[in-house]
Ligand binder design. Structure first.
Ligand code: 3PG
Ligand code: MG
Length: 401
């Protein structure tokens, strides 16, 4: 069921309480990737332009509800957001529910913006304690969920807060709307051929996605270290490659399920290997089929790159989640770059491409391909859970359109 959005909600003179996901990487007090903040701006501007005021809530990192901790402060985010909006962002207190925060919220004028400090500093956030949730709920006339990256978590600000705002409008932000459009609706009837590209370290993270998309996909392309658990299931020599021993039988089950579903499962046919997990040291060699003992696979090989790229160029819908190799290390970055390039080319030819957040989004950015994709998600764990077909209670509770 489509959700009502902030664009369809009257906000004039209203205080709009928005849960955003400003959980951005920060090093030495500097934001190293502000994409999640930039992606929230359309929602924020939509409210400000129509005469509403903004009370924003977010978490950052994983503090455990023990009060203020400087390393997890949203202070750098308040500064960056002010730059992006071109107006000051009030950042009143180290505690999102104390008197200073509450009175700053009460004094907010139309067109003004206030960011609360990290909600995970509060003991009540993780469990959604009623008194805590009621306090945050009192800050808004309208609740907006625009935190797709956190939408798989039933934290207080995601769930208990809107729950306790029954009777007031509770709607989707524009970023959440866009994420749902691509990670859920677009995949309910994907244009064919539909190819899913999965990579990264662990099979265990991707089992739900494979099981959910197998019946719809024409092909599933596998790369990254997770490929070695599959190859081990087929009895191939994998050397010292990373294998999840306890998932080998699951891999075998998925190979059989793919055959039954007439979904082609693509596994690497050659491998760029090294004797060490390192960018600088170790002997690098390419092996077909069986990897020599003492070597580990760190990227898909050139034949695999060609094979995968050819399959992708014919696709009309593509989902990409997870790199093909250790793309952070130059000698093992080619597979991910080539696959990303092939997806970008398919997109230029009319395919819809959807890139999961986390590592694949980082890879797309690194290789200058992000703007060539149809949609790059802001969610890591959230995009995986949505691609697994799991229901999101934090979205379900929002008003229907
Ligand atoms: C994320 O980056 O995965 C989201 O912001 C959610 O954070 P969490 O995994 O700590 O709940
Ligand atoms: Mg996470």
């Amino acid at each position: 069921m489509a959700k009502k959005t902030i664009a369809a909600t009257d906000v004039k003179g209203k205080r709009v309480l928005i849960r955003v996901d400003f959980n951005v990487p920060i090093e030495d007090g500097k934001i190293t990737d502000d994409r999640r903040i930039r992606e929230a701006v359309p929602t924020l501007k939509s409210v400000l332009d129509r005469g509403g005021s903004l009370v924003l809530m977010s978490h950052l990192g994983r503090p455990e509800g023990k009060g203020y901790e400087a390393e997890f402060s949203l202070a750098p985010v308040a500064v960056r957001l002010g730059e992006l909006l071109g107006k000051p962002v009030k950042f009143p207190s180290k505690d999102c529910t104390d008197d200073a925060a509450a009175s700053a919220v009460a004094g907010l004028q139309a067109g003004e913006v206030l960011l609360l400090e990290n909600v995970r500093f509060a003991k009540g956030e993780k469990k959604g304690e009623p008194a805590y949730a009621a306090k945050l709920a009192s800050y808004g006339d309208i609740y907006v969920n625009d935190a797709f990256g956190t939408a798989h978590r039933e934290d207080g600000s995601m769930f208990a807060v809107p729950k306790s705002m029954t009777g007031k409008p509770r709607v989707a932000g524009l970023l959440l709307e866009k994420e749902l459009k691509f990670l859920s609706e677009a995949l309910s009837k994907p244009a064919k051929p539909f190819i899913v590209v999965l990579g990264g370290a662990k099979v265990s993270d991707k089992i739900g996605v494979i099981d959910n998309l197998l019946p719809k996909a024409d092909g599933i392309i596998i790369g990254g270290a997770m490929a070695y658990t599959f190859l081990k299931a087929l009895g191939r020599g994998v050397g010292t490659s990373k294998v999840e021993e306890d998932k080998v039988s699951e891999a075998k089950r998925m190979i059989d399920a793919a055959a039954k579903a007439k979904c082609e499962l693509y596994l690497p046919v050659d491998h760029v290997c090294s004797t060490q997990f390192s960018e600088m040291s170790g002997d690098i060699e390419v092996f077909d089929e069986n990897i020599k003992p003492g070597f580990m696979g760190l990227d898909i090989g050139p034949k695999t790159q060609t094979k995968y790229s050819m399959a992708l160029r014919k696709a009309k819908t593509i989902v990409w989640n997870g790199p093909m190799g250790v793309f952070e290390f130059m000698p093992f970055s080619t597979g991910t770059r080539q696959v990303g390039q092939a997806i970008a080319e398919a997109t230029a030819g009319g395919a819809v491409s959807i890139v999961g957040g986390g590592d694949s989004a980082a890879a797309a950015e690194k290789f200058g391909l992000a703007s060539k994709m149809t949609h790059v998600s802001t969610g890591g764990g959230a995009s995986l859970e949505m691609l697994s077909g799991k229901p999101f209670t934090t979205v379900e509770l929002l008003d229907n359109a």
